[in-house]
Write a protein that binds this ligand. Structure first.
Ligand code: ADP
Ligand code: MG
Length: 216
């Protein structure tokens, strides 16, 4: 039997990730100060605080409704590009799992794939442009490949997390094409993209929670 990701699990993941983001303010703000306008941490932290605040409501919803509510909150509470991209991304994920109370591995992969596609359309971004897409896209690709190959779930989740973290790390050498970093004279080369780093932490947190679940 594979894992089943419930709204309760998702809230547990949001709470952990919110803590991690809250504890790393100087680090993430520093990344955005180097390549953008310095507000990425404040944006994400405010968004996650708002999500955690409605944790009880989210926990009681089927996963499709929880994703829709998360999307609406992120859209309305987070400023900057991140709010629009995450808001739209979660709405698309909600549509992809319409009618589902919880998600198995294939359902989660569909939801994450819908999210990354929506983000790419909305932001007119592709992998390699030094954005959050560089963490999410390779993770989704690795997820899809694992499902196709019928890979063991724990091994697959470990690889998905690795793909996100490696993807974020790879933004260091990229020249920004989208977002504020593209206005810098050197296009941010030599600096990690803050949005890719926070996205990779989200994928890592979700995979870790599911890895623990599969070990139960
Ligand atoms: P803003 O850039 O409006 O200040 P944030 O600081 O919250 O918003 O978010 C910056 C992050 O958003 C960047 O690090 C990058 O990962 C991501 N980003 C910016 N523009 C785009 C885009 N067009 N497509 C995808 N991601 C983007
Ligand atoms: Mg910013």
């Amino acid at each position: 039997m594979g894992f089943l990701l419930t709204s309760g699990d998702y809230v547990a993941y949001l709470e952990r990730t919110a803590r991690r983001i809250a504890e790393n303010g100087d680090y993430i703000s520093g990344l955005d100060a180097a390549t953008g306008d310095g507000d990425h941490w404040a944006n994400m932290n405010l968004g996650f605080e708002n999500l955690v605040a409605v944790g009880d409501e989210l926990r009681a919803m089927p996963i499709d409704a929880a994703f829709r509510k998360i999307g609406m909150l992120m859209m309305s509470k987070i400023g900057g590009s991140s709010g629009i991209l995450y808001g739209g991304g979660y709405m698309a994920a909600s549509k992809a799992c319409a009618g589902k109370a919880a998600l198995d591995a294939a359902g989660l992969c569909d939801a994450l794939e819908a999210m990354v596609k929506d983000m790419m359309n909305r932001g007119q971004a592709e992998p390699g442009m030094k954005t959050m897409i560089d963490a999410l896209y390779p993770a989704v690709q690795r997820f899809r490949q694992g499902l196709r190959d019928g890979e063991d779930e724990r091994a697959m989740l470990t690889a998905v997390k690795r793909a996100a973290l490696d993807g974020a790390e790879a933004t260091r050498d990229m020249a920004a094409v989208k977002g504020r970093a593209s206005y810098q004279t050197n296009r941010g080369v030599g600096h990690l993209d803050p949005g890719a780093v926070t996205k990779s932490w989200q994928i890592e947190g979700l995979c870790d929670l599911l890895i623990e679940k599969t070990g139960e």
